[in-house]
Ligand binder design. Structure first.
Ligand SMILES: [Zn+2]
Length: 282
């Protein structure tokens, strides 16, 4: 009887450990989530279902990517610069000059550079019942980067792989409920934000809250540029940032978001490894 009680106690403890809510796993003294980068990434990249539901206990992340998180960025400025110039990529497209550091916060009087790379989708425009057939083409006007100007993110990234910084990665910005309502101004600079263009359809839901995303959720061109943005921001920190999804950051907070929808984590982490090896060859 006593043993059975113990077993129940242990299994209860395991259940509570597995069901982590990021906002409750945040250490305000250190201004970071608890655990190694791998542990944090597995919590912050859990798949986001329709209506922002998160049922995955931890994200299934590629072993090679998890290994990467624990080592140095390992590319030279020369190689990265050659990669950018040979692909005609300008500073504005990658969130600013790779020679300047990323944004920072202050912890106990010390500069602490950005730690998290937050992936969002714009969840707009919304359509009743169907997506236009050309959402992945240049002809769709929302793939024109000049359409996106609101400074609620660092970078906008269209479905044709075009990107534009509305705020340099060196500029502190807050874009989630957790930063704005829970952590407050001391968190400005801790998170880098990227908005991926993704339209939505309703019903279910309505014009103001359309939950249905296209499948696949994002194009290869978006994963390709997103990987480069991740590499450039990490290069500027001289350390890998931890990728995160908006919905996970704000999980269980009031009015939490449902983005990004239909994000394929493996496509993203594979692209990071692929772009990295291309940079090293330069
Ligand atoms: Zn978002």
């Amino acid at each position: 009887m006593k043993n059975l009680f113990l077993i129940i106690l242990i299994s209860f403890k395991i259940t509570t450990i597995q069901a982590q809510i990021p906002s409750e796993e945040f250490d305000k003294a250190k201004m970071e989530y608890k655990g190694t980068k791998s542990v944090q990434a597995k919590m912050l990249m859990r798949h986001v279902e329709i209506w922002g539901k998160i049922t995955e206990k931890e994200a299934k992340l590629d072993t090679a990517f998890l290994k990467l998180l624990s080592i140095k960025v390992g590319i030279t400025k020369e190689h990265l610069q050659k990669y950018l110039s040979s692909n005609n990529i300008t500073n504005n497209e990658i969130g600013g000059d790779i020679n300047s550091p990323v944004s920072h916060i202050t912890v106990n009087g010390k500069k602490v550079f950005a730690k998290y790379f937050v992936i969002h989708d714009v969840s707009s425009p919304v359509f009743k019942t169907d997506f236009p057939s050309n959402i992945n083409d240049e002809s769709w006007s929302f793939n024109n980067v000049s359409k996106w100007t609101k400074k609620v993110t660092h970078v906008y990234l269209t479905r044709t792989g075009k990107s534009k910084a509305v705020a340099d990665f060196s500029e502190g910005l807050r874009a989630t409920k957790f930063e704005l309502k829970t952590l407050g101004t001391q968190s400005r600079g801790l998170y880098i934000h990227i908005e991926l263009v993704q339209p939505r359809v309703y019903p279910p839901g309505n014009e103001k809250n359309a939950p249905v995303a296209p499948k696949p959720g994002f194009t290869d061109a978006q994963y390709d540029r997103l990987a480069l943005l991740y590499i450039c921001s990490s290069f500027r920190k001289s350390e890998w940032l931890v990728p995160a999804f908006h919905a996970n950051i704000d999980q269980k907070l009031n009015d939490s978001h449902d983005d990004p929808q239909n994000f394929e984590t493996k496509k993203f982490t594979d692209k990071i490894l692929e772009v990295l090896s291309e940079i090293k060859k330069k």
